[in-house]
Design a binder for this molecule. Structure first.
Ligand SMILES: NC(=O)c1ccc[n+]([C@@H]2O[C@H](COP(=O)([O-])OP(=O)(O)OC[C@H]3O[C@@H](n4cnc5c(N)ncnc54)[C@H](OP(=O)(O)O)[C@@H]3O)[C@@H](O)[C@H]2O)c1
Length: 307
């Protein structure tokens, strides 16, 4: 497993991150095994959100931490807030009360990274800065990140956030969802609407040392399913993934995870399996580096064309 420093400020965090969005209905024993598998594979980063499983994901994870308090020191724990029923909310009050709820459910005193989940168009950077200052000085949050934000949104906030600026941006990215890189290939080209709509976010993050974390690393569409073994929709991609899996002695899922990690600027891949064996296999992505040609072959095999 490789480890990075998020935003150049938070060292020692694994490149493969265990996503906790789907764990809300798991029983304690299965969750114990899942966390064990992650830690034993070198994964030390865990991604939560206050809304996952309606709070159950954090609550059950917190039960494990209460039973085994020494685990906390081996973990980098991040969570998100800012999404409410039918609204996004970056108000000071909402951020502060959300963090209290997150800490209580997770049964911890401090979060390593608080991520604002989806941009609130009514949000005020000065108000977010006030909330972040309070969270930092009270010791409830160590550092801050964003999610689903464009370059311009990151810049707007980071100009005001100062020391508490966003160090990471969590964005959808997989072999079958490559908008972040499609844009760079299609500058000034006649392409379908939508191909060019991230506003240079990949390049902006690279230039400003903001770590990109991929979400839904194995999915296509918006939670439509995994492209792994979906040979009807992604025959070429699966053929190529299998070929590279055999070459590297890992699974196709690990190759798909290595695909996103090979993109400069993408520091981490968040993976969402609930199966210990798959977590162990996917973690191996942190130990392989695809060649330049292999990355392009995978990109094209997912149905993408280079101009
Ligand atoms: N910031 C955001 O807006 C945002 C949005 C969505 C997600 N996230 C984060 O990203 C994490 C990952 O998202 P995701 O759950 O959509 O991730 P994913 O890793 O792309 O998908 C995981 C799902 O694929 C299934 N799967 C099927 N075959 C698989 C195989 N061979 N290997 C591995 N998985 C296979 C898993 O099933 P099994 O459980 O049976 O393995 C699981 O249901 C979430 O947990 C969350 O932390 C963030």
């Amino acid at each position: 497993m490789e480890y990075i420093s998020i935003g150049g400020k938070l060292p020692g965090v694994s490149r493969v991150v265990m996503g906790c969005m789907r764990i809300g209905a798991m029983d304690e024993k299965s969750m114990d095994e899942l966390i064990d598998a992650a830690l034993a594979s070198g994964i030390n980063a865990f991604d939560h959100a206050d809304i996952y499983g309606g709070g159950e994901s954090e609550r059950r994870f917190g039960n494990i931490l209460r039973e085994h308090p020494s685990l906390r020191d081996r973990m980098f724990i991040q969570s998100k807030c800012g999404i409410k029923e039918g609204e996004y909310d970056f108000s000071r009050e909402h951020i502060l009360s959300s963090v209290d709820g997150i800490l209580k459910r997770l049964s911890i005193d401090s979060l390593d990274l608080l991520i604002l989940h989806r941009p609130d168009v009514l949000g005020e950077p000065e108000e977010v800065a006030e909330a972040f200052d309070e969270l930092k000085s009270s010791g409830k949050v160590r550092a801050f990140g964003a999610s689903n934000m464009s370059a311009c949104q990151l810049e707007m906030y980071n100009r005001v956030l100062g020391e508490n600026r966003f160090l990471a941006d969590q964005l959808q990215l997989s072999c079958a969802h490559t908008l972040l890189v499609d844009e760079g290939f299609n500058v000034n080209m006649m392409v379908p609407a939508g191909t060019v709509r991230t506003g240079g976010t990949l390049e902006y993050c690279r230039m400003n040392g903001i770590t990109i974390q991929s979400w839904s690393t194995l999915q296509y569409g918006f939670f439509e399913g995994t492209f792994l073994n979906n040979r009807e929709k992604y025959p070429e991609l699966n053929r190529k993934l299998d070929e590279l899996a055999a070459k590297y002695g890992v699974t196709a899922g690990a190759v798909a995870t290595a695909f996103v990690l090979r993109i400069p600027g993408v520091g981490q891949a968040v993976i969402g399996s609930t199966k210990p064996a798959r977590i162990r296999e996917l973690a191996e992505a942190g130990s392989i580096t695809l060649t330049h040609s292999e990355w392009y072959e995978l990109y094209r095999s997912a149905g993408n064309r280079l101009p």
